[in-house]
Design a protein around this ligand. Structure first.
Ligand SMILES: NC(=O)C1=CN([C@@H]2O[C@H](COP(=O)(O)OP(=O)(O)OC[C@H]3O[C@@H](n4cnc5c(N)ncnc54)[C@H](O)[C@@H]3O)[C@@H](O)[C@H]2O)[C@@H](O)CC1
Ligand SMILES: Nc1ncnc2c1ncn2[C@@H]1O[C@H](COP(=O)(O)OP(=O)(O)O)[C@@H](O)[C@H]1O
Ligand SMILES: [K+]
Length: 491
């Protein structure tokens, strides 16, 4: 897992790393600039347009200057727009300013015309993680002007204005891309910043994972390379019992599709035996749609303990016999997955919270989460409350959305890196419920089930989006679950 370091620790990290590597801070800045340019050249291989690089007074501006120098080797159309005289800027800024070649034009921001055409590049090196107050004066005015001009806008490390760990207060540069160094800054993952951050690329500057870990703040990004090691291996003589017997409990008149999608997803994720518990009158449709699923109503299930895992809540409605739910949670002594109305019912009956088996996984979207913990001002507050809830009740909270966050009982928080906007469609949460339930039933530890669930779910969505784009529906995600095993080379 990739550690996410708080902004205030970045300079300590920097110092420790350069002394460990035996390099200077200027060398590290050069690595950052080279890494940025490598990304740029791959992304925009045929660039013949002007590149305007806006450099603030700190090391983010220093990065901008080093980038300008590298660009100037291949084009004469590089313009540095600066805010402060070099002697008032950081040391590494000054060194890079002194190294600027002659073919780069240097313009003070006050003399800049903001005459930028739509094919030009606007590179934002105004502020990085060192920002410590909302923008004012010339910085605010310039960024507001830049947000109005056309051009391909790219931020270095973080869009100028966003604090690295908190929610934006005031003005911010609006980037189409953010090329961030070594790890994503926490605030890049907040929904409030989506329209400023654009697409995120993590540029490697050679600080290895183990080194980062010692500066981590219990926050991590889940990467592709983390996933294979979390999967169980099954031998060639495995039988369906080894792959788990699970049940999805939910459905109500007109909402049985949610159970259908969750149970089909559990099958596609690898469950050996999938059962569905839905109201009696709704059985036929599910049986016809997914004949592999065994369908029951509550009278027919004698003992829920026979199941290796349960997924509770898809399409359940609020008209549920709460004493049945209470008994279900009280008598089952293994972790369960709770989603949708399973969560909403807990919000209405908070005494249920303490009955949830330890290490269970709750998968709320933002609204469901706020029903549970109260309205939150922003993502910062949601993350704080998710962490507290997970610790207090010894459960996992999977707060869904872009960069879904898994809060763990030990206080760690893991952000998913797969998925996309096309997955914002009815039923995609039911698919996730089925997938996590399936992994639990296959004997995965709850943490591994949650991480594999969100990662494979997002990856299935990405694969389906290649052909479906805005037309993607939740069933398409299910169809692509098997392909995620191929992608990750998991047999
Ligand atoms: N270890 C790393 O991650 C590396 C970081 N580097 C770069 O260094 C950046 C951080 O550099 P700095 O710490 O110099 O921070 P910044 O470049 O963000 O600038 C901080 C400076 O701006 C001033 N300032 C802060 N908020 C202001 C505001 N609202 N109005 C006016 N002035 C304000 C501060 O007093 C300080 O002088 C990173 O974002 C990244 O771009 C790279 O050079 C290389 C390695
Ligand atoms: N913009 C997005 N980027 C990445 N994933 C997304 C995005 N929007 C939605 N998702 C994912 O799709 C799923 C939606 O779940 P949910 O809101 O419960 O949908 P539903 O209630 O319709 O089933 C979640 O897993 C969420 O993380
Ligand atoms: K920036």
């Amino acid at each position: 897992m990739l550690s996410i370091i708080p902004g205030k620790s970045v300079s300590q990290l920097d110092k420790a790393f350069i002394s460990y590597e035996g390099i200077t801070s200027l060398d590290l800045m050069e690595r950052a600039a080279v890494s940025f340019c490598n990304w740029f050249f791959v992304h925009f291989p045929k660039n013949e347009n002007a590149i305007f690089i806006f450099c603030g007074p700190g090391n983010n501006g220093g990065d901008g200057l080093a980038i300008a120098r590298i660009f100037s080797k291949t084009t004469d159309k590089v313009h540095v727009v600066y805010f402060e005289d070099s002697e008032n800027c950081s040391n590494d800024y000054q060194s890079n300013f002194a190294k600027l070649p002659k073919n780069i034009s240097k313009i003070h921001i006050k003399d800049f015309s903001f005459n930028i055409s739509k094919d030009d590049f606007v590179i934002d090196g105004i502020f990085g993680v060192g920002i410590n107050r909302p923008l004012e004066g010339i910085f605010k005015e310039s960024i507001e002007k830049l947000n109005r001009v056309e051009g391909m806008k790219i931020s270095i490390d973080i869009p100028s204005g966003i604090p690295s760990d908190a929610v934006l207060d005031g003005t911010c540069f609006k980037a189409a891309y953010t090329v961030t160094f070594q790890f994503p800054k926490l605030s890049l993952l907040f929904p409030e910043h989506a329209s400023f951050v654009g697409d995120i690329h993590i540029a490697d500057i050679g600080i290895h994972d183990d080194f980062l870990k010692s500066f981590s703040n219990q926050k991590f990004l889940i990467r592709k390379s983390d996933i294979p090691g979390l999967h169980k291996k099954f031998h060639n003589f495995s039988h369906k019992g080894d792959y788990g017997r699970v049940i999805i409990i939910g459905g109500s008149v007109g909402k049985v599709g949610a159970v259908l999608m969750a149970s089909k997803s559990a099958l596609r994720t690898g469950s050996g035996l999938v059962h569905a518990h839905i109201p009696k009158g709704e059985r036929l449709v599910l049986q016809i749609a997914v004949p592999e699923v065994m369908v029951f109503d509550s009278q027919e299930v004698q003992d829920y303990k026979q199941f290796d895992a349960m997924g509770i809540g898809p399409g359940w409605g609020m008209n549920v016999d709460i004493s049945f739910y209470r008994e279900l949670l009280s008598n089952y002594n293994k972790p369960v997955v709770i989603d949708a109305d399973g969560i909403n019912l807990i919000s209405k009956n908070p005494d249920l919270l303490k009955l949830i088996p330890k290490e269970s996984i709750l998968t709320p979207h933002i609204k469901e989460f706020e029903r549970l913990v109260g309205i939150c001002e922003n993502q910062e507050e949601r993350l704080r409350k998710a962490k507290d809830l997970a610790k207090k009740h010894h459960i996992f909270i999977v707060l869904k959305g872009a960069f879904t966050c898994i809060s763990c009982p030990d206080g760690n928080q893991y952000f998913n890196s797969t998925g996309n906007k096309y997955m914002a469609t009815a039923g995609s949460g039911d698919v996730l419920t089925g997938m996590i339930t399936s992994f639990l039933g296959q004997g995965y530890k709850p943490f591994n089930a949650a991480v594999c669930g969100v990662f494979h779910h997002g990856l299935a969505g990405e694969l389906a989006s290649v052909v479906k784009r805005r037309g993607l529906i939740a069933s398409d995600i299910i169809d692509y679950i098997p392909a995620t095993y191929t992608q990750l080379d998991i047999d």
